[in-house]
Structures are given as C-alpha cells and as structure tokens.
Design a protein around this ligand. Sequence first.
Ligand code: SF4
Length: 405
Amino acid sequence: MYKIQSAKLLKDVMGNYFRGMGDTSKKMAWCTSVGPAELLRSFGFEVHFPENHGALLGATRTANDFIPEATKLGYSNDICSYLTADLGSYLKKETPMTEHYGLKGAPKPDLIVYSTNQCREVQDWFCYFAKELNVPVVGIVPPRHLDEVTREVIDDVATQYKNMIPACEKASGKKFDIDKFRETLRLSKEATELWKQVLFTAKASPAPISFFDATIHMGPIVVLRGTQVAKDYYGTLLKELSENVTKGVGFLEKEKSRLYWDGMPIWGKLRPLSELFMQNNSAIVASTYCNSWVFDAFDEKNPFESSAKAYTEIFINRSDRAKEKILKGLFRDFKIDGIIYHDAKTCFNNSNSNFGMPQRLKEETGVPFLIIEGDLCDLRFYSEGQSVTKMETFIEQIERQKVLA
Ligand code: SF4
C-alpha cells in the first residue's frame, strides 16, 4: 500500500513544536494562520495558532463537545466552528493537546496578533482572548476581496506591519532587528517554495500526494513558517515525492478521474473521504486550502512590502473574478476533470459556491462541479450518507463523460 514515508518525520516535527509550547521561559505570541508570523518570530516569540488548534479539535472529532460551551456565552452555532470549538475548549478546560502532547491548554500569550486578510471572525475571536487573558492585542486590517493588489494597498498594509513593532518590542523585551526579520522571511520563503513544489508534484499522473495527505503535511508551513525546521521538512518531503514521480508511483495505480477540492477540509472526515475517493479510483490532486500557504511574493530584500503583498494577495482575500482566473490556471495545470465545492456552513469566507462561481467556471472551462454541504469542524452540518451518494454519482458521471469524449 502506498505510504508517504516522510510522515514519520512529520510526526516528530509537529510533536516537537507542540511540546515546545510547554516551555514557559519563552515569550509567546498568538497569531492568525495567515498572519505576520515571520515578524513575530524575528522577535524570538514562539507562535501559537488558535486556528490550528481548531483544526485539531475538528480532526479529533472533539469539536462538538466544546461548541455548546461557546454557544452558552452567546457565540452562534452558525459562526466559525474553529472559533466556537477553540473558545469552548478554553471554557471547558479540556483539549486533545493534553493527551497527545502533555499540554494543559493553549500556552499563555504575551501578545495576540491577528490579520483580517482571511475574515473578520478572527478579530472577534482574538479580542475575546485579549480581554479574557488581559494581554495586548494588535491587528492588521487590509482591504478585502481585491481584484488587483495595487501599490497603494501594499503601502497601506506595510505601514500597518511597521506600526506593530512597538507592541512587539514591548511584549518581547527586544528591539526590532531588520536583519533578523530578513532572515526569518528568507527561511519562510524557502519553505513556502518547497511546499509549492510538493503540491505541484501532483501534476504528475499518478499523483504522489493527495489533497487528504496534503492537509496533514501542511502542518509545518502553517505553524513553523520562518524556521529552518519547516524548510528542512519540505526538502525531505519533496525529495521523496519527486522520486515517486520518477518511478511512476502514486497513491492510485490508475487515476480514472482527477478532481479539485475547493473550500475547507471536513477535518473529522478526512480518512473516510480519502478512502471513498481511493475506492472509486478518483484522485483529488489540488485544492484551494493547501495552496493558501504558498506565498510567492516574499522577498527578504523588501521584507515589509513583500510580506504585505504576500499576505494580502491570498486567494481568500480576492474578488471572485481574481479567484476564477486562479482556478482556471490550476484546472489546466493539474488536468482537472471535476471540482468539488465544499460549502462549509460556518465559513462563508472560504466557501465559493454561493455567488454563481461554479456555474460561471463550468461555462468557461467545461469542468463539471458538485457542491456538498458540510463544515470544517461541526459535523452536525455534514450529512454523510447523502454526500457520499452525491460524490459517487459525480465521479461516475465524470468517468462516463471521459469515455464518451
Ligand atoms: S476563514 Fe473561516 S474557518 Fe478560518 S477563521 Fe475565518 S471564519 Fe474561521
């Protein structure tokens, strides 16, 4: 059976990261998942990502134990289930990090930092904790849903980055060092380039990495950006996957169809979904979600401007027109036969099926689509039987169309 051997190393890398959170001698910052992690690391902060904890609660299927705690406090069941699960876990004083990594809970922060480049929900979430834990909070609020990322936008966001420095200096006890920032950004750039190459190995058929594998292997690019550890990990993973491409080995022997997954993963159902597609010889080879940590614009020579550009031009922060252009390129590059849109009920920010995009893209590219309803963490929104039937029918239709073509 096909296995990615680097998964053993990944377990160590992620285990060390989480266990490192128990070291209270280090200054700690909380950051949003596509927030300014490199700037924080340049001050020597360890960085905790609450969304990553949300994903862990989803993947361990414990989120639904915690969401009601947040609901009791007035946080609606319909808002981001990363937020409600993470908040509920804090209120209930329970987390799977205890069993897996010996941590009692999320590490106490010295500084909380968010960017609303992905959604405004993170602002409410992080400000709740800033008040609750009596910790300073700073935010970056870039313009949203952009067609183009203009010079004015980059300058605005770069200024917001620079304005964070006094808070970082105060919380870390260290003066800002531009050379450290450049070095952290260089490491982050090298890691993200390797991650992109990892994802792009799936252009090959058979593909050596699926969307479901990638949601696991993306851990270091989310939580360890700006470290040598992340860069080394993706060097190792890329070497393995490239060798598999050369040998003609992939997770399926023969791909009957190649699909694209748009939107959030359904964290609590990764394994059954992966098995479902494998059994149907259908390969999900690319996704919006895993591509979200590819930051082409990083440039250590212009650390503020290039960070501002890289984190503002992310897919989730673009207009539908810009998103459709990106998707069309990916359909072509990965030879996509069909697209599945996950309409995540608690994240409209990362669900792209509600304003006519599937229909427009089908008209322009001919690529058929399926929309399934579900959620990132809250499994009450996912009807498994109904969704499995829809997905199997969709795969059959694609195969029939390919035979007729
Ligand atoms: S983008 Fe969606 S899933 Fe992520 S924090 Fe915002 S609302 Fe939650």
